[in-house]
Each structure stands twice: as structure tokens, then as C-alpha cells.
Design a protein around this ligand. Structure first.
Ligand code: 13P
Ligand code: 13P
Ligand code: MG
Ligand code: MG
Length: 382
């Protein structure tokens, strides 16, 4: 049986008029580059798109995960695009390119990647989710709901194939060296939630069915850990397989009906709702957001991609978007106050510490009382 690898590699290499949207010429450069790679036999098929200001390369091939050839192709494509973006003085050109030289794969170099190697089933429906203005932990909640919440996924109750549950691979992304942990659900559900509720630290990396069939993969690359400072948000991607002994596509999409709060938005420093949007709304405007996610459905067929269908391009998600915007409106009224602005721990890599450093020396052990004589203003006219 031939195995097919689905590889999604993404990077923000520059955007139009701020962090809004990938310009068309970058999408064209990427399409040209991947088309050449199909002709050379490096990949089988591809689809190029964008989530806001992030360029997304969706590829299928038979080279396996972490293939040097496939990762180099993505890297070279981003380098080509960056060169052009710099020449055209596009905003934040080369934003996520954090190294000058390629060394085997894109891990630790800026771009994010999610990969999955599958034996194609009789029919292989998949969804690719690409988010902008947020971090990898944004997928924790919907993925938990898809694979572990019977109020979301009817199949967990109705389909005996799902009764033995799923295995979640969690990554502690605070650790410099990768630290992974496996947890079985439903057996370890409460322990699992204790971890993945901390979305900035414990991130779902992969999910397998109880019998080892791989079903979900997420990009967990942390830009600030690579750069040591704030560059932009990670803006993650996820690959999800559906149907035939797995949650149905409708159950997968149901998990995105709560516009849940995620970290990111303006300057990567604010909590905001994750809006599921169609491709035409895949651009971030208000307060550089709100954070949003696109969903593309494909059939993987003999190593090729049929599709896509724009999964959130449906009136069924209007209510979610409206609720999301009500939450956004409410949160924005808090301005610079927490919890709209993130906790200081999450601001460690932003530009806030340099502001705080400026005033640090002015703290004293004694409470300071301003000097000067207060005027009697009791007779002033009101
Ligand atoms: P259809 O009968 O339309 O194939 O739907 C089956 C199903 O299980 C939907 O989730
Ligand atoms: P991106 O990570 O999408 O580039 O956004 C950066 C930012 O600071 C938005 O305000
Ligand atoms: Mg950007
Ligand atoms: Mg982005």
C-alpha cells in the first residue's frame, strides 16, 4: 500500500498595508514554484492559499514527513517570495524567515509545518485549517471537542468504531528541546484537560485513533522561541481526517461554532474570538484581527488533492461570526486592561518589557508622597 504524506508549510513573508493580507504576486510566485516541483517529481500535488498575512503551501507527496526535498522546496519558495517582497517594499517582508541558511528541514527556522502520513482509505476526506493572529494552542479546544466531547461529536456515542477513543500527543512548547506526552481519552480526560486548558504551554501536536490510525496534526512551532523576541504570532495550521471510523466532516466543523477566545490579535498581545471565515474574508483588519481561521476540504485521491471546498463559506456559520464580533466588541472596550490584554507572562517576548524597564529604577521601598503644598480650592466656582 502506497503511503501519502500531506505536508502544510506556512510563513508570513510579507503582507499588504500592514499585517492584513498576502499580496497576489506572492501567491503567484508560490504557485509557480510548486508547479515546477510537481513537474520535477518532488511533490504530487499542491494548493496555495493564505490565512490573512500567512502564505500557506498545502502539498501531497510520497517522500514522508520531514523530507529534506519537500522542506527545501517550501524554504526556497519562501526565499524567492521574500526577495520579491523586499524589492517591492511589502510590509514585514521576510517576517518569519529567521535564518539565512537551510539545514535539512524548516523546523526552528521560522516557518510552521504540520504533516501527516496516511494509508489512503477507500475515500479520504480531509480538512486543512489555517489560522491568523493566534498561536498553536488555539486548536486545543476545537480538537478536544472533535475527538473527546460527545456533545459535539455524535459518533463518539453512535459509532462503535469511535468508542475506544483517541490518543492525544501533547507538546510542552515552553521547553526548548521538544517535550512530548501521550494521553488516552476518555480514560485520562481530566488529566488531559488540566494540561491543554493552558493553551500557551501545552499544545496538541497529533491525534491518533486508539488503534494507532493518525487523524490530526498541528503546527506547533513557536516563533519567539526561535527568535528570542516577538516577531509575529505563530498563526498555526491543522490537518484533520474525517469519516469512516473517524468523526464526520460535520462533526469536525461543529467544533468551530463557538468563537472561543484565543491569544494573539493586535501585536500578539490580546485575547480575542477565533472567527471561522470563508476565503474571501481571510484578511485581518479591525485591531489587526480579530483572529480568524479558514477551513478547506479536500479528498486525497491516489496522492492527489481534489477540491477544495471552502468549508466556512456557509450561512450556518453566520451566527458564530456574529457572536464572535459581539465578544470582540465587548473585549475591545477594555483597551489596555487584562484580561483583554494578555497576562504579563505572555508578554515576555513582546515590546512591553522594554517599557517596564524604563520605570523599574523608580520603584522604592517607601511609599512615595508627592512634595509641594496643596492649594485650598473649596471656594472655587462649580
Ligand atoms: P449521508 O447520508 O448524506 O451520506 O450522511 C451520512 C452521515 O453520516 C452524515 O454525517
Ligand atoms: P502576524 O503574526 O499575523 O504577522 O501579526 C503580527 C502583529 O503584530 C499583528 O498586530
Ligand atoms: Mg505579519
Ligand atoms: Mg499572520
Amino acid at each position: 500500500m502506497v503511503e501519502t504524506t500531506i505536508t502544510v508549510i506556512k510563513a508570513d513573508i510579507g503582507s499588504l498595508a500592514g499585517h492584513v493580507v498576502v499580496p497576489d504576486f506572492l501567491l503567484e510566485i508560490a504557485r509557480k514554484s510548486l508547479k515546477e516541483a510537481v513537474e520535477k517529481g518532488i511533490i504530487n500535488d499542491f494548493y496555495v492559499t493564505h490565512a490573512g498575512d500567512d502564505l500557506e503551501l498545502i502539498m501531497t507527496h510520497h517522500k514522508g514527513e520531514l523530507s529534506e526535498e519537500v522542506h527545501r522546496l517550501a524554504w526556497d519558495t519562501f526565499m524567492r517570495g521574500t526577495k520579491e517582497a523586499r524589492e517591492k517594499k511589502i510590509y514585514a517582508a521576510g517576517q518569519d524567515i529567521l535564518s539565512d541558511t537551510f539545514s535539512g528541514n524548516v523546523k526552528g527556522m521560522g516557518p510552521g509545518s504540520a504533516e501527516m502520513t496516511i494509508e489512503e482509505r477507500k475515500s479520504e476526506p480531509i480538512a486543512i485549517f489555517c489560522a491568523d493572529k493566534t498561536e498553536p494552542g488555539a486548536f486545543n479546544l476545537p480538537l478536544f471537542r472533535i475527538y473527546a466531547d460527545p456533545f459535539n461529536t455524535a459518533g463518539l456515542v453512535i459509532d462503535p468504531n469511535l468508542h475506544d477513543g483517541f490518543i492525544f500527543v501533547i507538546q510542552d512548547i515552553h521547553e526548548q528541546t521538544p517535550a512530548y506526552l501521550q494521553m488516552k481519552c476518555p480514560e485520562e480526560m481530566y488529566d488531559l484537560l488540566a494540561l491543554i486548558g493552558s493553551t500557551g504551554k501545552y499544545v496538541i501536536k497529533k491525534i491518533y485513533r486508539h488503534d494507532g490510525l493518525v487523524t490530526a496534526a498541528v503546527s506547533t512551532d513557536k516563533l519567539h522561541q526561535i527568535a528570542g523576541k516577538y516577531i509575529g504570532k505563530d498563526d498555526p495550521v491543522a490537518i484533520v481526517r474525517a469519516h469512516s471510523g473517524l468523526p464526520a466532516m460535520g462533526e469536525v466543523l461543529e467544533a468551530f461554532t463557538l468563537p472561543h477566545l484565543v491569544s494573539g490579535w493586535m501585536r500578539g498581545s490580546h485575547a480575542g474570538p477565533l472567527l471561522p471565515v470563508p476565503l474571501r474574508d481571510s484578511k485581518c483588519t479591525r485591531f489587526d484581527g480579530p483572529p480568524r481561521v479558514i477551513g478547506l476540504g479536500f479528498q486525497v485521491s491516489n496522492g492527489m488533492l481534489l477540491g477544495p471546498v471552502d468549508l466556512f463559506d456557509d450561512v450556518a456559520f453566520d451566527i458564530t461570526r456574529r457572536r464572535g464580533m459581539e465578544a470582540a466588541e465587548y473585549l475591545r472596550r477594555h483597551g489596555p486592561f487584562m484580561p483583554h490584554r494578555l497576562h504579563s507572562e505572555d508578554m515576555e517576548y513582546t515590546t512591553l518589557p522594554s517599557v517596564l524597564k524604563k520605570v523599574a529604577a523608580r520603584f522604592s521601598e517607601e511609599e512615595i508622597v508627592p512634595t509641594g503644598k496643596a492649594k485650598d480650592t473649596s471656594d472655587s466656582a462649580e
